[in-house]
Design a binder for this molecule. Structure first.
Ligand code: HEC
Length: 195
């Protein structure tokens, strides 16, 4: 490449760089403060590495289940109410092949039996429950409520303490019940049968 041509390219780059830095900002939105970002950044992954300190047992959870209003929507026994079933009735086995859309939650696919990871239950309760008062539960309370639901569904023992170490290790009955869809290639429908 000749020297003048190189200079021309460099000049174009310089001009576009200037245009980029001077592009209008439209005055919309604002940069979030670190505290605001922290408030939103609450997702708990399957490994549970983001779980906060704290602990709880099923016994503590049983009291909270009533005191925090869960029973009011999900039923005193955890099933048969308007909100999704949280505690499967005895003898009903999870059916991993059952396909239904939310809020089709019944004995078979209640979260404690259907979810491949116990940490998902913690995350769900922490961010979404009690409905209408989301974000009001302390970590200890979320651990206790999660322990209560896992115990009532026969997944853990009544005295097992749930905390950041033990919860991710819970052996979920449907851990192997989920399969990855076949790898997607350009031009193919996203879901087979749904163009
Ligand atoms: C005001 C009614 C209400 C209260 C109170 C409430 N829930 Fe819920 N809960 C719901 C509804 C409705 C859903 C379904 C939401 C959806 O599918 O979008 C739900 C969903 C859930 C789920 C997920 C169920 C699944 O398998 O998909 C869990 C777990 C849960 N609630 C736990 C609790 C706990 C624990 C409490 C008490 C701290 C509680 N809820 C209090 C109404 C309530």
């Amino acid at each position: 490449m000749g020297f003048p041509r190189l200079l021309r390219i460099l000049a174009i780059c310089a001009v576009s760089q200037a245009a980029w830095t001077q592009s209008p900002t439209y005055g919309l939105g604002k940069t979030p403060a670190p505290e605001e970002v922290r408030k939103w950044d609450i997702a708990i992954s399957p490994t549970g590495k983001e779980l906060p300190a704290g602990q709880g047992t099923a016994k503590e959870g049983a009291t909270l289940y009533v005191r925090k209003g869960c029973a009011g929507c999900h039923g005193a026994t955890g099933s048969g109410a308007h909100a999704p079933t949280l505690i499967s009735r005895k003898g009903v086995k999870p059916d991993p092949s059952a396909f239904c859309l939310a809020p089709c939650v019944n004995d078979a696919n209640t979260m404690s039996l259907h979810s491949p990871f116990a940490t998902t239950i913690w995350d769900y309760i922490n961010r979404g429950m009690p409905l209408g008062k989301e974000g009001t539960l302390a970590p200890n309370e979320v651990y206790a409520l999660t322990a209560f639901l896992l115990y009532k569904n026969g997944v853990i023992g009544e005295d097992e303490v749930m905390d950041a170490q033990s919860l991710p290790k819970v052996k979920m009955p449907n851990r192997e019940g989920f399969a990855l869809p076949p790898e997607w290639k350009h031009g193919e429908p996203r879901l087979q049968g749904y163009p």
